[in-house]
Design a binder for this molecule. Structure first.
Ligand SMILES: NC(=O)c1ccc[n+]([C@@H]2O[C@H](COP(=O)([O-])OP(=O)(O)OC[C@H]3O[C@@H](n4cnc5c(N)ncnc54)[C@H](O)[C@@H]3O)[C@@H](O)[C@H]2O)c1
Ligand SMILES: [Zn+2]
Length: 433
């Protein structure tokens, strides 16, 4: 029934997405694009993860840089860019400087991150490069400031300091700063150069990659924004050392998501290594970030503007956004809401008979291990869920499409073709009224 209401381009959603990454390999992978995708997808896709030294042409004799970053490439034709991942990368100025366009840089950060990393980043941008001048704008910290008023402060600074088209905006912070700075870069003078330096696990595994930028509206999250890709993403894993535990766990919710929607091997790895991740074991974190970026890079390369496949990255997010909106932004962290939302999406998938008991149990177990919520807060009612879900961006022709698990671990669908009863039963099971 519902399938006939969906536009034809969404039909592939009725079949589990199965394109997966093979085990980490230094060689580039050539993947067959999904046969059901739009014509944009019919080009060879190259996702590569390298751990070879990045050679700096400005160094004499092409000497390798001191530490060796892992590089994951996001393949988007002439908008392709590298994601550098590693420890101590902020101490390698060449990595950043090669992506700066022009002589003027505006670092956008907040009151929490500025005292920790602004000086280091300014140094990385300017050392040995006296022609570059760095301005900074320090925004208030918090999801509740991800709005038009705060965005204006970025434009105010850029205009007051007379930045021109050949300037570079640098986002230094978590997802809130990355989304706002990216949107400002997309809009300022109709687009200036942009670099992401994500400092939360959430931003390192998800929000800094893929070019979704924007701000919230009082009536809904991320409703105003643009697709705008950065020149590079620089992930210095050392920045996680100062991140509060609760924020770390929030990022883990998105890591779990990649395993569930498309990478069962990664999910099994997480089941074995969750304690190491929570203990901030550097190599476990580096692996989780790399695999997450590879998964996200592949999805984004296949479906940059979210015509189907990219929507699968929103597993648990429709329920999760309803929680964030229903209880007020900032009460629960994004990843916490996504974790509870994932449990609800998995419950619904199970009610539909699309997954077996063990997958449901494993999802509960891994989220509990990560100390993430596995149910919405008590103040969420069925009505509250329905009200917010009715204005979700994934509603098309009055039909709410959801990302649900279907089949073996690592397979999901994005579909409006499900029995409405299952959705009602899930909402009733998780809400007191
Ligand atoms: N664009 C996308 O594709 C995408 C994807 C996922 C999430 N998001 C967005 O990301 C936002 C959530 O991002 P977040 O979880 O990073 O939240 P956040 O940006 O609010 O950061 C969380 C907190 O940690 C602090 N912080 C950041 N780095 C730190 C560090 N290294 N040490 C100490 N404190 C640090 C921040 O100041 C903040 O208080 C939401 O607005 C969400 O909509 C966007
Ligand atoms: Zn998310």
């Amino acid at each position: 029934m519902a399938a006939s209401l969906s536009p034809p381009s969404l039909r592939p959603s009725l079949r589990p997405y199965s394109a997966r990454l093979s085990p980490p390999s230094p060689a580039a992978l050539f993947l067959r694009p999904p046969t059901t995708g739009s014509s944009d997808h019919r080009r060879p896709l190259r996702i590569s993860a390298r751990s070879t030294p990045v050679m700096d042409p400005t160094l004499k004799g092409g000497a390798p840089l001191p530490a060796v970053p892992t590089v994951v490439d996001v393949d988007l034709g002439n908008r392709s860019y590298p994601i550098y991942i590693g420890s101590g990368l902020l101490d390698q100025p060449q990595l950043l400087q090669r992506h700066v366009v022009g002589k003027r840089v505006l670092v956008v950060t907040n009151t929490t991150i500025a005292p920790l990393y602004l000086e280091k980043v300014t140094e990385a941008l300017t050392v040995g490069n006296p022609n570059v001048s760095v301005e900074s704008v320090i925004l208030p910290d918090g999801e509740k400031y991800k709005n038009m008023e705060t965005l204006m402060k970025v434009f105010d600074k850029a205009i007051e300091t007379r930045l021109d088209r050949r300037s570079t905006f640098v986002a230094l912070g978590g997802g809130v700063i990355g989304d706002m700075c990216g949107f400002a870069a997309a809009a300022f003078l109709r687009g200036v150069n942009f670099i992401q330096i994500p400092t939360t696990l959430m931003a390192q595994v998800d929000s800094s990659v893929g070019g979704k930028t924007g701000i919230n509206h009082p009536l809904g999250k991320n409703l105003i924004g643009a697709f705008y890709q950065p020149q590079c993403v620089l992930i210095d894993t050392d920045t996680l050392n100062t991140l509060p535990d609760r924020e770390l766990a929030s990022g883990i919710a998105e890591v779990v998501k990649y395993g569930l929607i498309r990478d069962p091997e990664f999910f099994r790895w997480q089941e074995k290594n969750m304690q190491s991740l929570l203990a901030r074991d550097p190599s476990a974190l580096a692996h989780a970030i790399k695999r997450s970026c590879e998964n996200k890079a592949e999805v984004v390369s296949l479906d940059e503007k979210e015509s189907g496949l990219r929507a699968t990255l929103n597993l648990g997010h429709t329920f999760g956004h309803a929680i964030e909106n229903g209880i007020g932004y900032g009460q629960w962290l994004h990843g916490e809401a996504v974790a509870a939302g994932t449990v609800m999406a998995v419950d619904m998938s199970h009610r539909l008979g699309w997954i077996d008991d063990t997958i449901q149990e494993r999802v509960l177990a891994i989220l509990q291990q990560a100390k993430l919520p596995i149910a919405p807060p008590e103040i969420m009612t069925v009505e509250k869920f329905k009200d917010v879900m009715a204005v979700d961006k994934k509603v098309a022709d009055g039909l709410l499409r959801l990302i649900l698990l279907k089949g073996p671990l690592g397979s999901c669908v994005f579909t409006g073709d499900y029995d409405r009863k299952a959705l009602d039963e899930t909402l009733r099971a998780f809400c007191k009224c």
